[in-house]
Design a protein around this ligand. Sequence first.
Ligand code: HEM
Length: 372
Amino acid sequence: ASVHPFHGEHQAGIITPAQDRLHFAAFDVADITRSELAELLADWTFAAARMTAGLGAGSYGPTSGPYDAPPDDTGEALDLPPAGLTITFGFGPSLFDDRFGLGGRRPDALIDLPHFAGDALVESMTGGDLCVQACSDDPQVAVHAIRNLSRMAFGRASLRWSQLGFGRTSSTTRGQTTPRNLFGFKDGTANPRAEDSTTGAAVWAEKGDGPAWMAGGSYMVARRMRMTIETWDRASLREQETVFGRTKGEGAPLSGGTEFSEPDFALTGRGDSPLIAPDSHVALAHPSNNGGVVMLRRGYNFVDGNDELGRLNAGLFFICFQRDPRTQFVPVQLSLARDDRMNEYVRHVGSGIFAVPPGCREGESIGDGLFG
Ligand code: HEM
């Protein structure tokens, strides 16, 4: 079973090989002081480092400690391996309002996301002062991590919204095969990979980009996207492939070649129309249409039961990491929101943006740079 080190220059869970399962949670911080907030992050860091290594959240564990007190770990991960668990912490824009005197430390890159055409955001699935992304190859291990962190936060921070995800919709390293999203298409083909020499510059904030405490960190955008599966399932294969500009089987660009061939947006077919439709998702999202910009995608599929009309409440929980959302996520999403042929089949219902601080060494805590 794989173990990813918790400590390091960067937080784990970003360029770490994407695991199969997600439990994402956004928290509201209660009416506490700045030093109590720093203490919460220290407690979370301590527990996260332990759980990542396959240990209990507290030093007693689920089955020992004072008999008349609740155990300092809830126990459902006992006997389970860490299964590649990573726990990644982020700070939302609202953390930098007046409550904690952090206003002067808000990075310019941690913008309030603009309204995008077609957004149907639901307040109860939006925002958050803090976020925690737990990823693991075992769903129970990811849930155990979020559960214990929220238990420890009792009275200091409470869950605002959360999302379970399965079936990664990206690859973040070269060794991984490309998985599929719930539209049935390969997803992650053109994603930057940890091994690529250009990935670091697209993902990590550098000294001089903004506040020093964010150097080595990254910015996360999360979007809960509902898929109108029933409409999609009635669309022809021709329409489905036109939406993405790729084949459904191999995931090759409609301009020809194999999965990893570079799409040729100029190549035309009969009637001089481009083989890859200009309003296809890939044409609009490709770097050549966006001034060369890339972002690291790390999303998951979700199915949260069904709605009252008997339709699957399903979709894609889109997560991306980048050095600066103002030049990466925002312009790409503005163009997708306006023209993407895929929009007929998706609806953005949840949203969050978070500054993900750098990693820490043993004995330090996540966010020390912000509070110090
Ligand atoms: C590529 C699906 C949302 C950005 C792709 C591909 C698929 C796909 C199938 C082609 C394979 C690949 O290269 O990974 C979806 C689905 C979405 C979604 C099902 C939501 C339901 C988004 C959003 C963004 C985005 C919100 C960013 C604003 C990209 C980018 C590429 C891509 C940058 C790579 C394009 C390239 O370089 O060729 N997506 N996507 N996607 N998508 Fe999405």
